[in-house]
Design a protein around this ligand. Structure first.
Ligand code: F6P
Length: 318
């Protein structure tokens, strides 16, 4: 039976709720949890804090991570990994739960395969780009945060009869852009996963403008182009005035939606249960109303999403 585990986090909405679920599930099994401060850097530096039921109260609704986070260059080095292993040994950590996106889960996979550490991952990234996983923590909140911003932009787009190009995050994945564009009733969306012709988009805008359609919102995924480039091209090709909005990091913060909190509860709970059952080198995933395990080796591969049908729907409805 495990006695003590550690937990590492990245930041996005739902991570604190997952921590709460994990710590309280662990506590119900008399399993101690040490929180690692500032991600893999904290593991290298031995920066840990004991977490109990009380220390995770009042955090279910908080964005970010109470454990803080960092992108660790040092963990990519052999010396960094050896130091991390020393911390694991010194603190008697028998397993780790790693909450984060591809980078964090790759680190977890490395600890499991190269150094024999027991790990379970909880996918958490607004990019929703963890392979084999339908819903990463934080993605639903990010869609809703971006949608709220987009609705506000629409007020101005409609009132001033303008063309707006809105850039959303997502790294190389178009998930966030596609969902926001469809939910926001946007006229077009440029995704990393699909070809597009700016000339055709501009012809459509010009034809619509000639018919009296005066306001447009085009969403662009950061992995495809910048809002500035797209707006300049639209103005250049149509002569129409454009404005841009780059939503940026507001998309990663904010109070988690009910969906993300419930997902966090289920994944945080399941991560501990699976560790206790002896599972390792896998991440928990919620699919068809059930929790599944996805091998980390698969989870860290590039995710290939298809958006053709959602894109067709957007174009029919716009
Ligand atoms: O992976 C999450 C994400 O917010 C991406 O959408 C974005 O490209 C990147 O992180 C930004 O990274 P940083 O916060 O390090 O600038």
């Amino acid at each position: 039976m495990l006695k003590r585990i550690g937990v590492i986090t990245r930041d996005c909405a739902g991570v604190n709720a997952a921590l709460r679920a994990l710590v309280r599930t662990a506590s119900s099994h008399d399993l101690e949890v040490l929180g690692i401060i500032k991600g893999y850097d904290g593991l290298i530096d031995g920066n840990l804090v004991a977490l109990d039921r009380r220390s995770v109260s009042g955090i279910i609704n908080l964005g970010g991570t109470i454990l803080k986070s960092a992108r660790s260059e040092r963990f990519l080095t052999e010396a960094g990994q050896q130091q991390a292993l020393r911390t694991i040994g010194d603190h008697g950590l028998e397993a780790l739960v790693v909450i984060g996106g591809n980078g964090s889960l790759s680190g977890a996979h490395l600890l499991a395969t190269r150094h024999g550490i027991r790990v379970i991952g909880i996918p958490a990234t607004i990019d929703n780009d963890v392979n084999g996983v339908d819903f990463c923590l934080g993605a639903d909140t990010a869609v809703n945060v971006a949608l709220d911003a987009l609705d506000k932009i629409r007020d101005t787009a409609t009132s001033l009869e303008r063309i707006f190009v809105v850039e959303v995050m997502g790294r190389d994945c178009g998930y966030l852009a596609m969902k926001v564009a469809l939910a926001g009733g946007c006229e077009d969306v440029l995704l990393p996963e699909q070809d597009f012709s700016l000339e055709e988009i501009c012809q459509e805008i010009a034809a619509g403008n000639a018919r009296g359609k005066v306001s447009w919102i085009v969403v662009v995924a950061e992995g495809r182009a910048t809002a500035r480039e797209v707006a300049a091209a639209i103005t250049g090709l149509t002569g129409l005035e454009t404005r841009i909005a780059v939503l940026g990091h507001i998309q990663r913060g904010g109070r988690p939606t009910a969906f993300d909190r419930i997902l966090a509860a289920r994944l945080g709970h399941a991560a501990v249960e699976y560790l206790l059952q002896g599972e390792t080198d896998k991440c928990v995933s919620f699919k068809n109303d059930k929790i599944e395990l996805v091998p980390l080796e698969i989870a860290i591969q590039p995710k290939k999403l298809k958006f053709e049908s959602e894109y067709r729907l957007l174009k029919i409805l716009s």
